[in-house]
Design a protein around this ligand. Structure first.
Ligand code: F0G
Length: 363
């Protein structure tokens, strides 16, 4: 393994990233540059409120929103970009509902690669679009959904010397599995239940791989039950067939034909878990509760896993005695439109002490 000689020695970040931390578990060779934007090592925060309703032993939120570009994608992207650099790529490409493109754009900018992102026109959250713009990616907006974008990205990268950095790139999944290691290390063992939102199904594949490997290496005594949640209007793995026009407010997981369906179903079955659907209303209710009761502002897709475990509880699943971890995959700041979709309850008053106190009810 080498530090790229052309790069300034950003030692702090390099010592912190997932490539440095987990090199022995990653496809790192003598020729792989160890690069980083400080991804990984995200907080595992205990629930203050929802845990009681779930009736579990402990509920934790893994704040993947604390990664450098605000989502879990950075863990896999750093490895995919390092491997692309090792292979001499000059350019990378991805299809995206917004987070993969933000992450790809950031690492490409930092390491001098050209970055093309293909997104569904008008259907990615503004914050994510802003990231790709400012990081300097070439943004190609298509008249089609994520599934169509991924189809063309695969075709273009098979024709041209451009590295595809979607989760169909095996290096992405390798990097993302490091989150399982962190959770197991923090808890001293694997949790009983791992809940996460499912879109293109790379992340559930990655978490399961990480937990299986850690268990094989005897770092844990068990493997968690995997609970994946899709939005009801975009739930091909629940319905058992691809969906032509997926619909949900959780635009990050508006995916009709997940590329990693087979490995997601394997994770479900091998772990004795489930992949189930939650409605947009349930997602928005969990999104609001996470913010108001837990202090966690996530994007709607992330709230799907919390909505999901609450629904399972309501339907009769007992979490008694169990440790549950919900993956908060992305930051709420990425999607201000959803946050402000209804007129916010703002008190408008003159800039004057008495008026403000009266409005507060503390006059
Ligand atoms: N949560 C967020 C915030 C996401 O952005 C995604 C996927 C998922 C969950 C689902 O993860 O696809 O591995 O099952 N976003 C992709 C993107 C599709 O293009 O950013 P998955």
């Amino acid at each position: 393994m080498t530090i790229d000689p052309d790069m300034p020695a950003h030692e702090d970040a390099v010592l912190r990233g997932v490539m440095h931390q987990y090199a022995e578990h990653l496809p790192v060779t003598d020729k792989t540059p160890i690069i980083s934007l400080g991804e990984g090592d995200t907080p595992l925060v205990r629930s203050q409120s929802i845990e009681r309703e779930l009736g579990c032993d402990a509920l934790y939120f893994k704040l993947e929103s604390c990664n450098p570009t605000g989502s879990f994608k950075d863990r896999g992207m750093v490895v995919a970009v390092a491997k692309a650099m090792e292979e001499g790529a000059q350019a990378i490409m991805c299809a995206s509902t917004g987070n993969t493109s933000a992450s790809a754009a950031a690492y490409a900018g930092r390491y001098g690669l050209k970055c093309f992102v293909i997104v569904p026109d008008g259907n990615i959250a503004r914050g994510k679009l802003a990231q790709s713009v400012v990081y300097g990616a070439e943004i190609i907006a298509i008249d089609g959904n994520f599934d169509a974008a991924l189809r063309v990205a695969r075709e273009i990268t098979s024709k041209h010397p451009i590295a595809l950095v979607n989760s169909v790139n095996p290096h992405r999944v390798e990097g993302q599995k490091t989150a399982s290691f962190e959770i197991a290390d923090a808890l001293g063992d694997a949790p009983d239940v791992l809940a996460l939102p499912v879109g293109n199904a790379g992340n559930i594949t990655a978490y399961w791989r990480g937990f299986v490997q850690y268990h094989q290496m005897e770092h844990t005594s068990r493997r968690p039950m995997m609970l994946g949640f899709q939005a009801a209007g975009a739930a091909p793995l629940v319905d058992g067939a691809p969906i032509e026009s997926p619909q949900t407010i959780a635009s990050a997981i508006r995916v009709g034909n997940p590329a990693s369906s087979a490995s997601a179903l394997a994770a479900r079955d091998e772990s004795g878990g489930a992949i189930a659907a939650v409605t947009d209303d349930e997602i928005l209710a969990a999104y609001a509760r996470l913010a108001r009761e837990e202090g966690i502002f996530c994007e709607p897709a992330s709230a799907a896993c919390v909505a999901g475990v609450l629904r399972q509880k309501a339907e009769g699943r007992s979490f008694a005695g169990q440790t549950v971890v919900c993956i908060i995959t992305g930051s709420g700041l990425k999607d201000p439109e959803t946050a402000l979709r209804t007129e916010p309850d703002v008190h408008r008053v003159p800039a004057e002490l008495g008026a403000i106190e009266r409005e507060m009810g503390w006059a």
